[in-house]
Design a protein around this ligand. Structure first.
Ligand code: HEC
Length: 234
């Protein structure tokens, strides 16, 4: 599936620089597994809601040095590029500090993607002006809310957090994490560094923002597929 994309990008059989694209696209068998993924996500969300009552108010137990190290790694790792909403200025988009790292704004409407833009002879991906939503052969992915609100990582444990970077699985156990989240690169960081990132994220102002679940390719680039006539969108 989606072989036109991996072929076009020269990714077939590669696990190198952009291996995660290939892997996520190849593993995410949207047409068959999407229903199950959605169910898993809903189940996870239900479990999170149940536990949020008990855990949401837990204060962060990390020391100031660990949190500062985490901030350093988040800034250097460019997480704000994709995970922070932006304010549009004449100089271009700048990070909205009041909603730092709160992910793709749930109320933001996606602009339409022109037919044929994404495909073997077109572009590999397009993104919104604020870089929080991305559409490519994998469908559309929305940058996650990384603040300690229950709609973000409020109910996550550090074990889940580290596991998601090690396995490339959503919340460490569920569906594959989609592009362009570079989990495989960040996954090279030590447990101590990933723990520091988690500590910093837990120290942020909680922002309530329920980021939409990822969309399968058919939902956003159906027109692009149809115009090539090469494969049926679902
Ligand atoms: C190029 C854009 C981009 C950058 C840079 C980026 N992310 Fe992401 N991230 C995403 C997108 C998009 C998703 C949603 C992927 C999906 O739906 O599968 C995501 C998802 C996540 C998730 C949720 C994964 C899960 O298991 O539920 C976490 C945690 C995360 N990112 C942390 C980070 C951290 C920490 C950094 C910086 C060190 C970072 N991201 C940098 C785009 C990015």
């Amino acid at each position: 599936m989606n072989s036109y994309f991996t072929r076009a990008a020269g990714l077939d059989g590669q696990r190198g620089v952009h291996g995660y694209y290939h892997e996520a696209v190849a593993t995410a068998n949207w047409s068959n597994d999407m229903g199950e993924m959605m169910r898993n996500s809903l189940l996870l969300m239900a479990l999170c809601c149940v536990s949020s009552v008990a855990m949401a108010q837990q204060p962060s137990t990390y020391d100031a040095a660990t949190i500062a190290r985490g901030q350093y790694l988040v800034y250097a790792g460019g997480c704000n590029d994709c995970h922070s909403p932006k304010i549009m200025t004449p100089q271009g988009p700048v990070v909205d500090e009041s909603r730092l790292l709160s992910g793709h704004p749930a109320d933001q409407k996606l602009p339409k993607i022109p037919a044929g833009l994404i495909g073997p002879n077109g572009y590999g991906a397009v993104t919104t002006n604020d870089l929080t939503a991305w559409t490519g052969a994998w469908g559309t992915s929305f940058a996650a809310n990384l603040t300690p609100d229950p709609t973000g990582i409020g109910n996550w444990t550090v074990e889940m957090f580290i596991k998601s970077f090690r396995t490339g699985k959503y919340m460490g156990i569920s569906r594959p994490i989609l592009p362009p989240m570079p989990w495989n690169w960040y996954g090279h960081e030590t447990d101590a560094d990933l723990t520091a990132i988690f500590a910093y994220l837990k120290s942020l102002k909680p922002v309530k923002n329920l980021v939409p679940e990822a969309l399968p390719p058919g939902a956003t680039i159906r027109a692009a597929h149809a115009s090539h006539g090469s494969r049926a969108a679902h």
